[in-house]
Design a binder for this molecule. Structure first.
Ligand SMILES: *Cc1c(COP(=O)(O)O)cnc(C)c1O
Length: 392
């Protein structure tokens, strides 16, 4: 079976994990700040706050921006549920902005229209969470321009996009956002097992996320009420969480970070080869990569020309029977029963729904070979022909 994604762990990763396991620090030692500084430097951003998942990072980002039950947060329906859930954790109202079917990313024309209407109805969002789908950045310049005009905050969900570039700068530079969030789940670009990081250029936001990731507890006498009782003393000044990353995970992250550029370069060549193999195909069309973007290609998605949902189910099942674990990203978030209970309905975000009916994720990960790619594309084309012939 060829999975759609898989981690790449080498001997250097294993030695750096072993070294940390044999050290004095398993948690809250030197590796976490080293990993934060190294990834922040990689992204040309000031501060990194490492946590136990991107989901936690998104939650802390919402809290640091003061999102509460009085607020509305908008995100993309074409994402993992965590992109929307983070706002629900803060009891905010969630709404979605439909996508551009060519890229799978939030459509900025739709966003601008929706903002105009929201302004008239006095219900502008407090924050927007664009998701860099499959590793390609959203149009952040436009989103930042709208953020200034309509006065909302921006959290980039860059769970797919560590190592990607936008307008020649690393995703995560926060030039066009308040906070940017990465995931290090094994299926993503680099892994710390479970793990995530929020990066920002705003020291207050970084401090707030640091406080909240560790119970809201501080050792800093300057932040305390009254006098410190002594060296052992701490105070809880907010209601925080245990969202910390540990030193073993950070040691793995540091070692993986050394290979990030190679991983992305490899994903780029795989994507190029897929695009080459599919260039004359009308039945399986890759997502468009727009100018100003260097995608990290977390996912390689093709839109297939199938007539019915049943045909698509059959295609995925035939691919799996042939040993290719094709997947589908994403079931539109508003179609999930939890979000339907909140009042969303089928038809609310037609582009995301139409995209979902066509999209198939093909395998992409650094150790995939060019021979694997040929097999995958031949198999895909064969099954598409079978389905077409059976229908005619
Ligand atoms: C994977 C993912 C997340 C959640 O990441 P975790 O580290 O597993 O919490 C959030 N958003 C998107 C778009 C993702 O793909």
């Amino acid at each position: 079976m060829i999975p759609y994604g898989r981690q790449h762990i080498d001997d250097d990763d294993i030695s750096s994990v072993l070294e940390t396991l044999n050290s004095n620090w398993l948690t809250q030692g030197p590796k976490v700040p080293l990993f934060e500084q190294a990834l922040a430097a990689y992204c040309s951003v000031q501060y990194g706050v490492a946590v136990n998942s991107a989901t936690s990072a998104l939650h802390l980002a919402c809290l640091a921006l003061g999102i509460s039950e009085k607020d509305t947060v908008w995100t993309s329906p074409n994402s993992f549920v965590a992109s929307a859930n983070c706002a629900r954790y803060c009891r905010a109202t969630v709404d979605f902005v439909d996508i551009d079917i060519a890229t799978g990313n939030m459509c900025c024309i739709t966003l601008e229209k929706k903002l105009k209407i929201a302004q008239e109805m006095n219900c502008l969002p407090k924050a927007i969470i664009p998701v860099h789908f499959a590793g390609q950045s959203c149009n952040m310049e436009k989103i930042a321009e709208l953020a200034r005009q309509y006065n909302f905050k921006v959290i980039e969900d860059a769970s797919h996009a560590v190592g990607a570039e936008y307008k020649g700068k690393p995703v995560g530079s926060c030039e066009f956002s308040d906070i940017c969030v990465f995931s290090f789940h094994p299926v993503k670009i680099i892994t710390t097992l479970e793990g995530g990081m929020a990066v920002t250029n705003n020291l207050d936001l970084a401090n707030s996320m640091r406080l909240l990731r560790s119970h809201g507890v501080t050792n800093d006498p300057n932040q305390m009420q009254g006098d410190s009782h002594g060296m052992w003393y701490y105070q809880q000044i907010e209601l925080g969480f245990n969202y910390r990353m540990n030193d073993v995970e950070a040691a793995l992250g540091l070692s993986q970070l050394n290979k990030l550029n190679d991983f992305v370069a490899r994903r780029q060549s795989i994507a190029k080869r897929y695009q080459e193999l599919l260039k004359d195909s009308m039945d399986a069309v890759p997502l468009s990569i727009l100018p100003d973007n260097y995608s990290s290609f977390h996912l390689f998605v093709v839109k297939v020309a199938v007539a019915t949902d049943e045909d698509k189910r059959r295609l995925v099942s035939l691919l799996r029977q042939s040993g290719i674990l094709a997947h589908v990203h994403y079931i539109p978030i508003h179609m999930q029963p939890y979000y339907q209970k909140l009042g969303f309905r089928q038809g609310d975000f037609p582009q995301a729904e139409c995209y979902y009916n066509q999209a198939i994720t093909l395998p992409i990960f650094p150790s995939l070979t060019m021979a694997d790619l040929d097999t995958i594309i031949q198999t895909l084309k064969r099954h598409l022909r079978t389905i077409k012939n059976d229908n005619s």
